[in-house]
Design a protein around this ligand. Structure first.
Ligand code: PGA
Length: 255
């Protein structure tokens, strides 16, 4: 699973250029690829005429299915100025939602209580895939308390319909910094996350865990070759259609 998170970047022109760069560079794939553009561009994006003939031809008649997602959702609706309700995303056939991103936690004061409300609202929705982001700060990493921090952030999983949830491990210090943990350390943390979630799951479910934080087409392979890395959430490097296609291609040939 590879997801592009455009954050608050991009524009109409960029969507056109990005799409043709992506289509011209991406090889066939049979796994989940998604794009979360800024919410105001979702309709432009989902109504875009993807060059399906070319894509089908190149993928041996396998229909390409690129999912569109929400970078965040509101847990309610009505008198909530500026918020976008889950049912509005459903109207546009949006397939996935990201919640709990560290930028939401930091700039919008989102805490476990609010994230839990979003989880509960998403459980019954038509947004099929839900991605929960967790990660420690540099300070927490230096103090050696990464696992405690993650365990605390994972307390919200008891509210989840676990079958449709995916965890994204995104160390805050790795986001947009060009710094990344050692792939072996990422693998160990992903195993830890899987174990913690499995132990809270009534059905013994082991979640998929993606990695996010300065993933590029230069370092992606080093992450994807690790056993417990089930994909990537890509910010900066997803803003270029060719680079994002390269990352998708690397995942295709590694996993
Ligand atoms: P980055 O962002 O790839 O630019 O580090 C990742 C993210 O925040 O999801």
């Amino acid at each position: 699973m590879i997801i592009a998170n455009w954050k608050s970047n991009g524009g109409l022109m960029m969507i056109q250029d990005w799409t043709s760069d992506f289509i011209n560079s991406c090889s066939p794939k049979d796994f989940y690829v998604g794009i979360a553009p800024p919410v105001i561009y979702i309709s432009d994006f989902s109504l875009l005429e993807w060059d399906l003939d070319t894509l089908e031809e190149r993928s041996n008649n396998k229909i390409w299915d690129i999912k569109i997602g929400a970078q965040d959702v509101d847990h309610s609706s009505g008198s909530r100025t500026g918020a976008v309700a889950i049912k509005m995303f459903e109207d546009f056939g949006i397939d996935f939602a990201i919640i709990g991103h560290s930028e939401r936690r930091e700039h919008f004061n989102e805490d476990n209580d609010l994230i839990k409300q979003k989880i509960i609202a998403l459980n019954g929705s038509n947004l099929k895939t839900k991605i929960l982001c967790i990660g420690e700060t540099k300070e927490e990493n230096d103090k050696g308390i990464t696992k405690d921090v993650l365990k605390n952030q994972l307390e919200v999983v008891d509210a989840m319909d676990l079958e449709n949830f995916i965890i994204a491990y995104e160390p805050v210090w790795a986001i947009g910094s060009g710094l990344t943990p050692d792939p072996k350390d990422i693998n160990e943390i992903h195993k830890y996350i899987k174990d913690v979630v499995q132990s809270t799951s009534a059905n013994n479910l082991v979640p998929k865990v993606m990695y996010g934080g300065s993933v590029t087409d230069k370092n992606a392979e080093s992450f994807f070759t690790e056993q417990f890395v089930d994909g990537a959430l890509v910010g900066g490097a997803s803003l270029n259609g060719k680079t994002f296609a390269n990352i998708v291609n690397i995942y295709s040939s590694t996993k």
